[in-house]
Design a protein around this ligand. Sequence first.
Ligand code: GCV
Length: 679
Amino acid sequence: MNRTVLYIVFWWCVSAGCLKAEDGSRLWFRAEMTAQAQVKANRESPAISVAVEELEKRWKGGAVHLSLHQNKKLRNLGKEGYVISGEKQTGIHIQSASDLGLLYGAYHLLRLQDTQNDNGALQVEESPAYDLRLLNHWDNLDGTVERGYAGYSIWKWDELPEKISPRYKEYARANASIGINGTVLNNVNASPGILTGNYLRKVKVIADILRPYGIKVYLSVNFSSPQILGGLSGSDPLDTGVRRWWRDKIGEIYRLIPDFGGVLVKANSEGQPGPQDYDRTHADGANMLADALKPYGGIVMWRAFVYHPGDEDRAKQAYQEFIPLDGKFRDNVILQVKNGPIDFQPREPFSPLFGGMKNTALMPELQITQEYLGFSNHLVFLAPQWKEFFESDTYCNGKGATVAKTTDGTIFPHPVSAIAGVANIGEDINWCGHHFAQANWYAFGRLAWNCELTADEIAEEWLRMAFTRDQAFVTPVKEMMLHSWDAAVNYMMPLGLHHIFAWDHHYGPEPWCDIPGARPDWLPRYYHNAGEKGIGFDRTTGGSDAVSQYHAPLKEYFNDIATCPEDLLLWFHHLPWDHPMKNGRTLWDELCYRYDTGVRQVREFQKIWDRMERYIDGERFRHVQSRLKIQSRDAVWWKDACLLYFQTYSGKPIPYDIERPVHELDDLKKVKLDLKHHH
Ligand code: GCV
């Protein structure tokens, strides 16, 4: 072919869309936008325009009618619910009592088209499990992201409000398509600067872009803002001047952003200021902000992530702090509680605050970003972890009182229900660092909408949209995803071990870590307690008694070695190395086998992945392949580090039938990664 012909072929390809880069930038929107569907709506609104446009460009079936109207059935589905009926070829009807319901209905229909083979007669009725489904960005104003592994922040504060990154709209669309309806733009370790007029004008621009997609903006606020920004002598929540400052500031925000969602607060936690600095309680602090937000319908999300160095078991402290305040919060305050009692560990029992606080609205906080799960190097699909959490029985109301039911309004009705996920989004071209980390963002949204979906269903949907519908690819890769969390727990912290990470950055093992003068509750030894006699944290009635924060009969189950789930054994018990496990092995041997299993699982993932080369694009294939190599090496690193270190106490051989260590403990102790984490 001569040059001219080549050139023509090239441009034909570009215009036909066949040269799209498979760099992950399109997320789960890889289907063509070339349809020309007939779409009609009985009303107009910015959200309806988005719905119409999405359907016109992507729906490959008969006419779609969107109708916003009120009837009993639609009202019962709530303001975001919808009904879809009809048949693909002859025509579809989407109905809702609100324009946002129509938008969600449109995305639902398109998802069916993108993931299902058969679109026969449709009869769908949906409404979300949680009212507020939020992302929390731990993004700093200087563009860095705390615990972010996908590059700098997507929020370009120095360019705003003049320059608008095209990513803001793509972000809005991706979130709306999975039902996310709110976002906290900045880090909970909050700079007071976010509340200056200068920044609020930037925030307004983002809010305006997200609004048609049904996404409200929220901000993390620094409790000392009245003092730092307002020049007051302090920030005592009961001081009239302080209260006035907040009222004025909140009023200023609502003049710019009339549908501003509210604030998120990390107070008296890890060095952040808070009401206790003035001998006031968390309720005093939260209620002050709630009063300022109330006239506008805004909410306060007050975090329960508090712990102090001292003799008390860290796992017990949030419960001790907040249970006495149960019922003392305003009705527009929601306590935001991490899934587990410590801190997003690879595996934790659920926090006993769930089911413990009966007169205060509680919202779960999940971590989408993989702070403790190999950053964006490890492939770890988190839906199985979150499902375990949602389905955990708190027994607060007899059997079947799952965490989901205690928070979604089923057992404790409160004015609003909510859930948050700490985002894994950054400016990387593929958004999340690892292509498969996108699946965690996706899964969070889907579960926040419907926590009864299975991890299997979510993985299947995502794979079909993000890669291909070919089952020769989807089936094995889905299996890999569904086992990936289990694998990570095995090679990092099996049997209930927790927090044995490297200091500060949390990438890699450092069970030996000892920093002179460091807070003991920031050191691994505090958690594993390994010694010649055994290993584990005794949280039984004879130990720290953390078990007693759970309802009966769960506390008895956890307390008794015979009934404590082995996956959480060393979370609740300190046991001798030769403690007999249910399968007849000793604890030491079982620990060795679990670490070894984790390594073998990752090697299996590599084999699965390499077989997939012919089904997908080379670009993403190679990227994931290279990350799996890192994960495999890291798994061996974890196994060797933990087993060789614990062996110095157990004094027992690593069972001879498992792979031998390939590292020397002394060498591993010298590993110091230069990874910064930004406060
Ligand atoms: C935003 C953990 C993380 C911190 C994080 C904190 C929190 O301790 O390591 O980076 O700070 O949790 O959730 O507030």
